[in-house]
Design a protein around this ligand. Structure first.
Ligand SMILES: [Zn+2]
Length: 404
């Protein structure tokens, strides 16, 4: 450490609720990006760590957009210069910091409880701006998650004091605490009653009650353990409100009580599946009738010789049903050709056991005025066929060209 470098007094280490503070500028250096590295004698700006992002805010109206730590010195990246020795007022973005502290504190309580109940560690913690993720070292069931969540909220309700400890080395050796990595130098312990002891550098709430409410939004298996998405405090309340609104809309739409929404959705899905079956049956009947009528009226059937074709034009047909019907009708015919879909978006499917369709595709595409391809037995693509009449004309030209 050089002569005029000295350790910044870190207000956030012992007091997470001071957001406005007075300080003296110790140094101010211009950066290459046009901003300035400002060091104060004391700061409430947390430089980031322990899964929590650096604070933002203002020093005397200058925006603080970044933070870093150099040994015991905290550096604020500000958008204007300050004279050495000038007195300034720092203002941390309190809303953002509170949101993070609520969620970080909720995470400590929950992780401590999961560790105590199941012996699992929190092996990955991310405190995002939307939600928090917690990765546990072992798998949790829904019942496990519900139990740990309920106990977390009990600790919140008891409004227990959250203590920050700086134990001596021998004292620390006797302590049992959660820690993600080997720590050097002075270790800072965040103690939440009998619930949790964790080595962590980030600012926390002074008592559990301020976390308000903790909720797990979702969880899933992850790397042999469980990844949980959670929220505490104001974020949890806001998210819960938005989910309740969504449930309210669903319950009104389905005309059932909120708790009966899942059963009502199952019922609607079952009804839809039955209707879909009915639709496919009716469509199949329609296609069969159309094919029978066309086969009976066309002069070019040649059905006995197997040189006849089957063609069908049906705007409402879906490709899946056409494929199924086509599989049946290609047998014993020169080919099966169907055109479906609304005007401007027509599609064709063609099947044959007698013509190598892969080879014939360019000629067929030209006749159908579209583009497509596939295998020797089946091709499909777009078509510009406007009517049933046009389809029959095209089918006749194809038959003439490829009839053996
Ligand atoms: Zn922490």
């Amino acid at each position: 450490m050089t002569e005029n470098r000295r350790e910044t007094e870190k207000i956030y280490e012992t007091d997470g609720l001071t957001f406005v503070f007075d300080a003296e500028v110790l140094s101010c250096d211009a950066r290459k990006d046009g901003l300035f590295d400002v060091v104060l004698d004391r700061t409430a700006f947390f430089p980031g760590g322990g899964g929590q992002d650096p604070d933002t805010g203002f020093i005397d109206g200058a925006r603080v957009s970044g933070m870093r730590q150099n040994g015991g010195e905290i550096i604020h990246v500000a958008d204007r210069a300050f004279g050495k020795g000038s007195k300034v007022t720092g203002k941390v973005d309190a809303e953002k910091r509170l949101w993070r502290m609520e969620n970080h504190t909720g995470e400590h309580i929950f992780s401590g409880i999961v560790h105590r109940l199941f012996g699992f560690d929190n092996v990955g913690f991310h405190l995002g701006d939307e939600y928090v993720t917690i990765d546990t070292s072992g798998p949790l069931t829904l019942a496990d998650v519900e139990k740990a969540e309920a106990l977390t909220n009990e600790v919140i309700r008891r409004n227990e004091k959250i203590e920050i400890l700086f134990p001596e080395k021998d004292e620390l050796a006797k302590m049992t605490y959660r820690s993600k990595k080997e720590l050097e130098g002075q270790v800072r312990i965040v103690r939440i009653g009998d619930t949790d002891m964790c080595a962590c550098c980030a600012p926390h709430l002074p008592s559990t009650g301020m976390a308000g409410y903790f909720t797990v939004l979702a969880f899933m298996p992850y790397k042999g353990g469980t990844r949980l998405y959670a929220l505490s405090g104001s974020g949890a309340v806001k998210e819960t409100r938005s989910r309740l609104n969504a449930l309210k809309t669903a319950s009104e739409t389905l005309s059932v009580k909120p708790c009966d929404v899942p059963a009502a959705i199952d019922r609607v899905l079952a009804e839809n599946a039955a209707r879909e079956q009915e639709r496919v049956a009716l469509l199949t009947d329609l296609l069969e009738l159309k094919i029978a009528a066309a086969t009976a009226s066309t002069t070019a059937t040649g059905n006995e010789s197997g040189n006849g074709y089957r063609a069908v034009f049906c705007e409402q047909a879906d490709m899946r049903t056409l494929n199924r019907v086509g599989e049946k009708h290609k047998e014993g015919a020169l080919f099966f050709l169907a055109v479906a879909g609304p005007a401007g978006k027509r599609k064709y499917v063609m099947k044959s056991e007698k013509i190598d369709l892969k080879k014939a595709a360019p000629a067929i595409n030209e006749i159908l005025g579209g583009r497509g391809g596939g295998s020797a037995g089946e091709i499909s693509g777009s078509a510009s066929v406007e009517s049933e009449e046009q389809l029959f004309e095209a089918a006749e030209r194809i038959a003439e060209r490829f009839r053996q």
